[in-house]
Design a protein around this ligand. Structure first.
Ligand SMILES: Nc1ncnc2c1ncn2[C@@H]1O[C@H](COP(=O)(O)OP(=O)(O)O)[C@@H](O)[C@H]1O
Ligand SMILES: [Mg+2]
Length: 258
């Protein structure tokens, strides 16, 4: 049982990011507590992918206060420009896992090797221990009998679960799901919802980027609605979806129903 923690597993405060003249993130703040499920929604072009890319260190904020737990990932200098240090970035990369929409599994590795690779290569952990744990993870997600197959022998839903096991093998404190249910049928979407809930119950902070409002409402504790680089509305899932206050969110919902 994880002890309750009062600091966010990840927090981004006052983040800014531009591409040339185009402001893509304009004073965006997001926090996810341990055990909390937060979905980021918003129309195409709102800045969701950019925010997720920066939170997963595939890109850098121009300015932000950005921490994983108590680990400061970047600091603003006197001019308000984010300064990243390689060591902090390396440490931060161990704190999160990400499940991409297209899974990004290694096609020539078996399922087991996909799950075991990063803990051994990146974290330099003991291979025997890593294998034991990888087999446990595969059992947990119902794929133990597929351990020796390669990804192309599995269905899309199964490949996605391998991607989840692979991310979990790194012992992250935060798990991100990028459009996790876009390619799944209703049964698999329900499975995914159950799995995400289970992870949160064990203390994982979960960040989801999705355009599927129904899924966001069912699975999330909290929803943040990003519009044109700003968090236009944020709150409990039912409130944001069923009783949005912001006119941009109201419009977004009515368009989504069409
Ligand atoms: N590498 C980039 N160079 C220039 N503009 C970009 C780049 N990435 C994203 N953008 C722009 O930033 C805005 C937000 O994009 P994005 O974060 O992909 O939004 P979303 O994921 O919500 O659809 C868009 O206007 C997009 O064209
Ligand atoms: Mg996107």
């Amino acid at each position: 049982m994880t002890s309750p923690s009062t600091i966010p597993a990840v927090q981004v405060n006052h983040a800014r990011k531009s591409f040339g003249d185009k402001v893509v993130l304009d004073d965006v703040s997001v926090q996810i507590m341990p055990g909390e499920i937060v979905s980021l929604i918003g129309p195409s072009g709102a800045g969701k992918s950019t925010l997720l890319r920066c939170m997963t260190l595939l890109d850098h904020f121009d300015a932000a206060e950005f921490l994983y737990g108590d680990l400061e990932v970047c600091q603003n200098d006197a001019h308000g420009k984010a300064i990243y240090k390689a060591e902090a970035e390396r440490a931060a990369r161990m704190r999160f896992g990400i499940v991409f929409q297209n899974y990004n599994l290694f096609p020539h590795y078996t399922v087991l090797k996909n799950v075991m690779d990063a803990p051994i290569v990146v974290q330099k952990r003991d291979p025997g221990e890593v294998e034991r744990e990888a087999r446990e993870l595969l059992e947990k997600i119902g794929l133990e009998e597929h351990a020796n197959k390669v990804p192309c022998e599995l269905s899309g839903g199964q490949q996605q679960r391998v991607a989840i096991a692979r991310a979990l093998a790194m012992h992250p404190t935060v798990m991100y799901f990028d459009e996790a249910t876009s390619a799944l049928d209703p049964k698999l979407t329900a499975d995914m919802q159950r799995l995400i809930r289970e992870l949160a119950k064990e203390g994982m902070a979960v960040g989801i980027v999705t355009h599927e409002m129904g899924f966001a409402k069912l699975v999330s504790d909290r929803i943040a609605f990003l519009f044109d680089g700003e968090i236009a509305e944020e709150g409990p899932a039912e409130q944001v979806i069923d009783h949005p206050r912001d006119p941009r969110m109201q419009r977004f919902l009515s368009q989504a129903e069409d």
